[in-house]
Write a protein that binds this ligand. Structure first.
Ligand SMILES: C[S@@+](CC[C@H](N)C(=O)[O-])C[C@H]1O[C@@H](n2cnc3c(N)ncnc32)[C@H](O)[C@@H]1O
Length: 225
């Protein structure tokens, strides 16, 4: 970096950053906004190139300026693309990682589908941290041939997130409720489990056919705290 302080991440983004365990040809920070996570990955030289993508053009102009000041192009390989993630043109290179963090479950699933359509014959990795809808996101990941690498529950500003690192090269099954991320004696995890169950029980009361099986899946976890 160019006479600047190191990239400072909040708890959620820091956890995503430290979950990554390999070097990539390209890392895509999709829906990057301020681009902090991508900057940290650039700083750690975790990829030959980091591509920042977001649909908001004023924000992307600011990010471009920021990157020019902090990560000179003669030392760092980065690109800023102002576009809908669904329309991305993706080069056929491997290994690639797409980070999708900070958007809702439905959008996350749309991005998973469009990326799979863009790379039909080349396995790739995803690091996902949706703001909600993790059960459906995990189902979509399994349907698209992803296996688990790592998963963690993250608590930031009294909100719970699931950080889900997956790969089409992994054969470890993705469980819709999450499995290895739960610490059965952690009171915060107990709180998250109770909150999630309450959410799906309410939905099941209105639409039993759609949600009773999800409630049963979460009940079977039995996180005691
Ligand atoms: C809350 S920010 C997330 C920032 C960062 N990824 C994080 O997790 O802290 C959500 C960002 O998603 C962007 N976004 C929403 N829909 C998008 C789309 N279809 N394509 C690209 N960016 C999108 C928004 O412009 C916004 O900057």
């Amino acid at each position: 970096m160019n006479n600047q302080t190191a990239v400072k991440l909040g708890r959620r983004l820091r956890r995503l950053d430290t979950m990554l365990e390999q070097h990539y040809s390209i890392i895509w920070d999709c829906c990057c906004d301020h681009g902090l996570l991508g900057m940290s990955l650039l700083e750690r030289k975790l990829a030959e190139k980091v591509v920042f993508v977001d649909i908001l053009s004023p924000q992307m102009a600011l990010l471009e300026q920021d990157l020019q000041g902090r990560f000179p192009r003669d030392k760092f390989n980065w690109q800023v693309i102002c576009q809908d993630v669904k329309d991305l043109q993706v080069p056929q290179v491997a290994p690639q990682l797409f980070v999708i963090a900070g958007v809702g479950g439905n959008k996350t699933i749309q991005f998973i589908e469009s990326l799979c359509a863009a790379l039909p014959n080349l396995p790739f990795d995803l690091l996902i941290c949706s703001v909600h809808g993790n059960y459906a996101v995990r189902k979509a990941l399994a349907e698209h041939g992803f296996g688990l690498k790592r998963e963690q529950i993250v608590l930031e500003n009294n909100r719970f997130y699931e950080a889900i690192y997956v790969s089409q090269n992994s054969t470890q099954p993705i469980i819709a409720t999450g499995l290895t991320m739960w610490d059965r004696v952690n009171p915060d995890h107990h709180r998250y489990w109770q909150k999630t169950l309450a959410h799906y029980r309410k939905k099941a009361a209105a639409d039993p056919k759609a949600f009773e099986a999800i409630v049963a899946d979460y009940e079977a976890l039995l996180i005691t705290g």
